[in-house]
Design a protein around this ligand. Structure first.
Ligand code: FAS
Ligand code: PHB
Length: 389
C-alpha cells in the first residue's frame, strides 16, 4: 500500500501540526503520522507560555479564534527571592506581551482545524532513502503496513522519536547538559493567587506559580532528578509550594484545591547539529531540548517550522534550495540564543543546595536583574521572544 505526498511529517505535536497548517496555506501537500491517539495528544499537559511571535503566526493562519477568546495576556512576571517580590515589566521594557494558553489547547485547536491527512495511532515508523527519494514505512491503526513516498520528511517527533535516530552515525554532533534537578508539575483546580507568573528562588528550592485560566493553576517545584512522585501527597506539595512562595508581605496567601494532574519532568539542554540530513529536516524537540525555566520549548518548535515552511515554499516555487540548505544554520542561531537564556534562567533560579559560592552568585544576579533597567530589559526581551526569522 504505497501512497505519495510532497512532505511527510512525523509527529502531531506543536511542531508537526503548525508545519502542516503552514504548508497547506502555501499549497504544499503533506501527510502527518502520529503514534499516539488523538485523545492522548490532546490531553498531554505541557507548556503554557506563548511568545508574541507564536500568537501572531497562529493568528495569521486563522487558528487563534479560541486562543484570543480564552487566553490570559500578561505584561510582566515576578521574581521572588530573599522574601521580596520584584516585578519585571515585560511589555514596558521589551514592547511585547506574553500569552498564557496551554499547549494542549493549542494542539486541540490545530487538530480541530486540520482537514488534511493525519493518521493517529500509527506504529513501526521507519525512514529510508533520506538522501534520495525518502520513504516512510509504517503500520496504520488497522494494522495495515503502508509506505509513504515523499520529497521531504519533517522529523517533528520529539526527543524520543525515530527521525533523529534515522540519521547515520557520525553525521550529527550532539551537545548535551543535564541539570541536577527536575520539575514536579501540578495542574490544580484552584484560582491563581497572583495576576502574573511568580518565579521563586528560596533556600528550599525553586518554585513557579503559573496558571491556565481564572480557575486553574499550574505550578512547579524543583525536585531531585530521581524524585519519586509517590512521595509527594497533595498536602506535601501544597506545603512546599507555600514555603517556597512565602514573602515578607504576610498578606499574600496561596489558594489550593484538587490536583488534576501531576508529573515529574527531567531537565536537560540538548542540541543536535546539523538539524538536517539529505531530505530529512528535524524540528522542535526532535532537534533540541531546553530547560522549561525560560518557557521556550514550544515557541522554539514553532520558530523552526516557520523557517522550514519558508524554505520549502521557495524550493517548490523556484527550485532554489538555498533556504533548505541553510535551514539548520538559520534555526541554530535562534536555538543557541534560547538555549543560553534557558540555561541562564535555570542557573539563576535553582539553588543546588551545597555550594555557598553558587548561592552568592544567584542572589547577586537576582539583585542585579531586579535593580538595573538594562539587566531587566535583557531578561525581558529574551523572555517575550525575538521576532521570528
Ligand atoms: P512534542 O514532543 O510535543 O511532539 C512530538 C510528537 O511526535 C508527539 O505527539 C509524539 O507522540 C510523536 N511521536 C514520537 N515518536 C513518534 C513516532 N515514532 N512516530 C510518530 N509519531 C511520533 N515547554 C515549555 O515551553 N514550557 C513547559 O512548561 C514545558 N513543559 C514540559 C513538560 C514535559 C513533561 C515535557 C516532556 C515537555 C515540556 N515542555 C515545555 C517542552 C514541550 O512543550 C516541547 O518543547 C514541545 O512539546 C515541542 O513540541 P514538538 O517538537 O512538537 O514535540
Ligand atoms: C507553564 O505555565 O507551564 C510554564 C510557565 C513558565 C515556564 C514554564 C512553564 O517557564
Amino acid at each position: 500500500m504505497e501512497t505519495r505526498t510532497q512532505v511527510g511529517i512525523i509527529g502531531a505535536g506543536p511542531a508537526g501540526l503548525v508545519l502542516a497548517h503552514l504548508l497547506r496555506q502555501r499549497g504544499i501537500d503533506c501527510v502527518v503520522l502520529e503514534r499516539q491517539s488523538r485523545s492522548y495528544v490532546e490531553a498531554r499537559i505541557r507548556a503554557g507560555v506563548l511568545e508574541h511571535g507564536t500568537v501572531d503566526l497562529l493568528t495569521s493562519l486563522g487558528l487563534a479564534d479560541r486562543l484570543h477568546r480564552q487566553r490570559m495576556v500578561h505584561h510582566g512576571i515576578e521574581l521572588l527571592f530573599a522574601g521580596e517580590a520584584h516585578r519585571i515589566p515585560l511589555t514596558e521594557l521589551a514592547g511585547r506581551e506574553i500569552t498564557i494558553y496551554g499547549q494542549h489547547e493549542v494542539v486541540k485547536d490545530l487538530i480541530a482545524a486540520w482537514d488534511g491527512p493525519l493518521h493517529f495511532s500509527v506504529s513501526d515508523v521507519q525512514l529510508a532513502d533520506l538522501t534520495g527519494e525518502p520513504i516512510i514505512s509504517y503500520v496504520d491503526v488497522d494494522g495495515v503496513a503502508r509506505r509513504l513516498r515523499c520529497d521531504v520528511v519533517a522529523g517533528c517527533d520529539g526527543f524520543h522519536g525515530v527521525s533523529r535516530a534515522a540519521i547515520p552515525a557520525g553525521v550529527l554532533t550532539a551537545h548535551e547538559r543535564d541539570y541536577p534537578h527536575a520539575w514536579l508539575g501540578i495542574l490544580a483546580d484552584a484560582p491563581p493567587s497572583s495576576e502574573e507568573l511568580i518565579y521563586a528562588h528560596s533556600s528550599r528550592g525553586f518554585a513557579l506559580h503559573s496558571m491556565r485560566s481564572p480557575t486553574v493553576t499550574r505550578m512547579y517545584l524543583q525536585v531531585r532528578p530521581d524524585e519519586n512522585l509517590d512521595e509527594w501527597p497533595d498536602d506535601r506539595i501544597w506545603a512546599e509550594l507555600r514555603a517556597r512562595l512565602a514573602r515578607s508581605d504576610a498578606g499574600w496567601q496561596l489558594a489550593d484545591g484538587p490536583i488534576l494532574e501531576r508529573s515529574v519532568a527531567a531537565m536537560r539542554s540538548f542540541v543536535v547539529s546539523p538539524m538536517q540530513h539529505g531530505q530529512l529536516f528535524l524540528a522542535g524537540d526532535a532537534a533540541h531540548i531546553v530547560p522549561p525555566t525560560g518557557a521556550k520549548g514550544l515557541n522554539l518548535a514553532v520558530a523552526d517550522v516557520k523557517v522550514l515552511a519558508d524554505a520549502l515554499t521557495g524550493w517548490y516555487a523556484t527550485g532554489d534550495r538555498s533556504g533548505l540548505d541553510a535551514y539548520s544554520e538559520t534555526c541554530l542561531r535562534r536555538v543557541w540564543r534560547v538555549q543560553h537564556f534557558s540555561w541562564w534562567m535555570t542557573s539563576m533560579l535553582h539553588p543546588t543546595g551545597d555550594d555557598p559560592f553558587d548561592l552568592a552568585l544567584q542572589l547577586s544576579q537576582l539583585r542585579y536583574v531586579t535593580s538595573s533597567r538594562a539587566a531587566a530589559t535583557s531578561l525581558a526581551e529574551n523572555y517575550v521572544g525575538f521576532p521570528f526569522p
